[in-house]
Write a protein that binds this ligand. Sequence first.
Ligand code: 5RP
Length: 236
Amino acid sequence: MAIDSASGPSPAESEHELIEQGKRLAAEAAAALVRDEMTVGLGTGSTVAYLLPALASRKLTGLRCVATSPATERQALELGLPVLSLEALDGHLDIAIDGADQVSPQGWLIKGGGGAHTREKIVAAAASRFVVIVSAEKLVKDLCAPVPVELLRFGVAASLAALSPIELRKAPPSPDGGLIADYLGPIDDPADLSDRLAGTPGVIEHGLFAPEMVSEVLVGDRAGEVRRLDGAKPVL
Ligand code: 5RP
């Protein structure tokens, strides 16, 4: 069989490479914001998987990190990053860095593609500065479903009925025992939906993050550049 050695990557492979490059560049730019002695919240996901080696390579011996998932904790420890509990740091972090599934022009985020949004929101809210790292295709004109939701196991049928249309995810429960579901309805107004989800009994946390939580979004674009979008949370 003849092998066409001249053929390069397929369009799908090139697209994938551009997305991965965007994630890596955003992650590396965020790692450069961290100074020694800082306390750092580490998000979860494939973009954060680029952040951890970039952070470890800086050899900042005074860092103390909090991980938002077992996967992040494992990778961080393997790379020699010290991981503590948020309690050990008195519930406060200097900076948190995390990916997102969608970023709206108004600065709203949808997070929780990996089902870690409850811990991620706690960590983001505990940080003086919350930096979001994304590749360019995460910037959307309008947010759209799914919106991840973590539900208490007790009474889950009632919670699902109250939140219809919603679908339980075929995934293990969160490390805290909550069931992960995806709200599939329209997002006409993210603030209204955020209030509705948060106000439904049985909802532990949902994946809509308000602009007020976000200090900045670093976007790794297809030209190999990193753009910075200001969030609404002041960077002190
Ligand atoms: C996990 C998350 C992730 O940050 C989000 O899903 C983005 O993931 P990735 O960097 O793999 O695209 O919220 O719960």
